[in-house]
Design a protein around this ligand. Structure first.
Ligand code: GLC
Length: 816
């Protein structure tokens, strides 16, 4: 390596003297020395230091640069499970300027300076504002225990900087002052600030001087992030192995950071519309009579519901892909009869395959050598629900293909519509680490490695294989998958839930944050176990949770069933009323929710938006946690305490209509909002046109014969969108969708609604009922596509509405 007289050694010695020995900074840390050469290959520039560090800088977009470091003089195969290879990137400008002290890479959005003496990187916006600057920058510690490096990065943090993102962390939305780490873990009954949790999203958003940027550290080893916790003005991230490999994404708007990250790691396909309905689950509904009873109760009580879940007890001795024939003698008949009544059946499938020579799945995997092995040869063995199990290596494409094929009977023959992947952190019982031994080997798609590298992506690869199987056999319908563990990019295959929470008020607070955080982390199709998985909620807590849950992208009640029932009717009449009312609101808002998904699947726009995302220039929003935007025009604020008659909340800037009273309220301030037990604060942005369907007991129960559009007056302009298609299937990819834009322009005595439609899908309804909310004038005249309408077609008793042909292009309401 280096002789004691090289400049490298001197530099290293100085460092050792300067730095403190903490977890991150260790006196054996090594640093890049001076850059001695560079070379450019199209979009990438390689900088080589005297001590053999290579920094590869790749410009992917004008606002996105990737940084890779190696200390060996060469790079390993460039392989990532997170990056969506089907997404294209491109930049307008890439200029490399060589100055005396530094190199400057210029794009049309950012300038990136690389210091010649030490390789430190600083990134500026085009006005010269420093956005992100190396503190110690890249450094590493050789890991003699495992081989490879512990790779480290530290950045200066700016005055009043805030930090967001990182998946499912159960901490304050703004991570400033926290240190977190990522190691997928089965964390039963986790608590606030506890970690690690189930998911791994090594992506954060920084915000200072009202400008936002993102860092995606695509490293699957155990990763750590420190946001000014160890040192007041330093942010750092590091990993137990692998490469220092991160993407810098510039905003300046948070929207640009999140959508670019989601584009990089992939956008999902549209879910079937039924998956956005209400789902009911419990550990477990069995036997068949119980499942039927639950189904019948929903219909009897007229509480809409689209999906029922079968937890592990439907299987024969917890063997995946089998049925307990005592409990479920004829699954096909049951699933099909449930389906006739509008219920889709979703079943759980875990990764642990019972060691049982008489069990076909076990035998197939054994015959094909598909199970994970210990470093010195034997199959990895661990206990989960069925007792001793072996575990498929989903990082092997052949195993994924075999796994996908196993779904034929469940999906194609029996008619199951969705699959629920659990325990895929992977979870192992009765061992202190709760997971595989670290020496277990994985194929990693032809890049063999140990569990230290593959642990965090085991869940995403299982969900991917499941997705491929369900899609194969559900085709031409869309698949529905839900997973507990995930790594960045899992949104391409699956929805998720937040794991085993607890029936406490604190967990209601936690899940509100987790769902906003997941939305900001590219993985928006997520929900919590409504009411709490462990323990039993009070009726009030269940009602408050459900009121929030209907505004989460995935909406499912689930419980361990240990302490009692957790169906909407388990808590008395008052709660039944609340549940019905709020689930009905969700079903009415399905076209709005589906449009949110369209924007997520197409543009990567998060489904839920924390206030800071909505208005990052308003400093008041930086530490808000409770209020969030459901889509882009409905503001929701849950009630998180018992006995509340209402609550204080912050209304972001702009004008908002109280959803319950239609009162127009000025935002940019805190206010008290009174609420009855069957209400939570909900506000609608002025100018919004909110599309609604009639209440249905399940998606598709009714042929929609009329769309309702709630149009809220604005003195100004606002645009709203409505995406519709066949609600399932893939015809929308062939242009058979309908995308309407409603542009509202209001003046003192006038309101104009213009409609623009693209796409070839013909909706079943012919008319739109437009509810005019908040009109500040009396209507004198109405013109529809330049023809005056007679006023008796409209109803003006406080509730102005008119029914128009769905093809209208312009509606003028003139007041007096
Ligand atoms: C795990 C899951 C939970 C499920 C249970 C039994 O605890 O997180 O949702 O009900 O296993 O399968």
């Amino acid at each position: 390596m280096f002789s004691l007289t090289t400049p490298y050694f001197c530099f290293h010695a100085i460092r050792e003297f300067m730095i403190t020995n903490t977890e991150l900074e260790y006196k054996g840390d090594l640093f890049p020395s001076n850059i001695i050469s560079y070379k450019q290959e199209v979009d990438s520039i390689y900088f080589t230091t005297e001590n053999n560090v290579i920094l590869k800088v790749t410009v992917l977009r004008d606002s996105m640069i990737r940084f890779r470091y190696t200390t060996k003089g060469y790079f390993n195969n460039d392989f990532s499970y997170a990056i969506d290879k089907s997404q294209s990137h491109g930049y307008n400008e890439l200029n490399l300027i060589v100055e005396k002290e530094f190199y400057l890479i210029k794009t049309s959005k950012i300038y990136c300076k690389i210091q010649k003496s030490n390789g430190k990187v600083s990134i500026y916006d085009t006005d010269g504002l420093p956005i992100l600057e190396d503190e110690l920058g890249f450094h590493w510690e050789e890991s003699y225990e495992y081989g490879g490096n512990i790779v480290k990065m530290s950045k200066h943090s700016k005055e009043a900087e805030s930090f967001y993102g990182l998946g499912d962390k159960a901490s304050h939305l703004n991570l400033k002052g926290k240190r977190v780490h990522n190691w997928a873990t089965d964390q039963y009954a986790f608590s606030k600030d506890q970690e690690p949790l189930y998911k791994v999203v090594p992506f954060y958003i920084g915000l200072h001087h009202q400008k936002a940027y993102g860092i995606f550290f695509d490293n699957t080893f155990k990763t750590y992030f420190d946001f000014c916790h160890e040192k007041r003005n330093v942010t750092s991230f590091w990993a137990d192995g692998g490469e220092m490999n991160y993407y810098f994404i510039y905003g300046p708007k948070m929207k640009e950071v999140v959508t670019t990250y989601t584009h990089l790691t992939g956008k999902p396909e549209l879910p079937p519309l039924w998956a956005l309905g209400y789902h009911q689950c419990k550990w477990s509904y069995y036997p068949e009579a119980k499942v039927r009873e639950v189904a019948a109760n929903f219909r009897k009580l007229q509480i809409p519901c689209d999906a029922l879940y079968l937890d592990i007890d439907y299987m024969d001795g917890f063997r995946c892909f089998t049925w307990n024939k005592d409990y479920f003698p004829d699954p096909k008949k049951m699933v099909s009869e449930l389906s006739n009544d509008g219920f889709k059946t979703v079943v759980i499938i875990d990764p642990g395959i019972k060691i049982d020579p008489d069990y076909w799945v076990y035998k197939e995997a054994l015959d094909n050598d598909f199970f994970c092995k210990r470093a010195d040869g034997p199959y990895m063995k661990g206990k989960v629900w069925p007792g001793e199990c072996n575990f498929p290596d989903y990082t092997n494409p052949k195993v994924r293909d075999w796994w996908a094929g196993l779904f034929k009977e469940l999906i194609a023959d029996i008619g199951v519509k969705g699959v629920w992947n659990d325990m895929n952190e992977p979870a192992v019982m009765e061992v202190p680490t709760k997971t595989f031994p670290l020496d277990v080997r994985h194929d990693y798609d032809g890049n063999p490695c140990s569990h230290r590298k593959a642990h965090n992506i085991y869940g995403i690869q299982m969900a991917r294989a499941t997705y491929e199987g369900v899609k194969r056999f559900a085709y031409p319908k869309r698949p529905f998958i839900i997973t507990r563990s995930a790594y960045s990019g899992a949104q391409r295959y699956t929805s998720s839930w937040t794991g085993d929470n607890v029936a406490t008020w604190e967990h209601l607070w936690i899940c509100n944050i987790q769902m906003q955080r997941m939305s900001m982390s590219g993985m928006g199709f997520t929900g919590s176990d409504i009411g709490g998985f462990a323990e039993q909620p009070t009726p009030e807590l269940y009602a408050r949770w459900l009121q929030l849950g209907v505004f989460h992208p995935f909406c499912r009640t689930h419980s361990s069933g240990e302490h009692g029932d957790q169906e909407p009717w388990s808590f008395g009449e008052d709660v039944i009323h609340v549940v019905r009312k709020f689930v009905e609101i969700r079903y009415q808002l399905l076209p709005y929710l589906y449009t949110m998904f369209w924007k997520y699947c197409n543009d990567g726009e998060p489904l839920l938006k924390p206030l800071v995302y909505y208005d990052q220039e308003d400093l008041q929003t930086h530490y808000r946690t409770d209020e969030f935007l459901f889509g882009s025009q409905i503001l929701v604020c849950p009630i998180l305490e018992p006995n509340a008659q209402g609550r204080r909340m912050y209304l972001p800037r702009g004008k908002w209509y109280n959803f319950w009273t239609n009162e127009l309220v000025e935002g940019g301030r805190e206010l008290w909002v009174a609420c009855d037990f069957d209400q939570i604060p909900i506000f609608v942005k002025e100018g919004a046109s909110i599309p609604k369907y009639p209440v249905q007991q399940y998606v598709g129960e009714k042929t929609i014969s009329q769309l309702t559009l709630d149009t809220y007056f604005i003195n100004g302009k606002e645009k709203s969108h409505l995406y519709e298609d066949a609600q399932d299937g893939y015809d929308y990819n062939k242009g058979r969708y309908s995308y309407r834009t409603f542009s509202v322009t209001g003046k003192e005595k006038q309101l104009i609604i213009q409609q623009h439609k693209v796409g070839e899908y013909e909706t079943t309804y012919q008319t739109i009922k437009i509810n005019l909310i908040g009109l500040p004038f009396n209507i004198k005249r109405v013109e529809l596509d330049n023809e005056e309408l007679s006023l008796d077609k409209m109803h003006f008793n406080g509730e102005n509405f008119l029914i128009v042909d769905k093809h209208f292009t312009e509606l003028h309401i003139i007041g007096e």
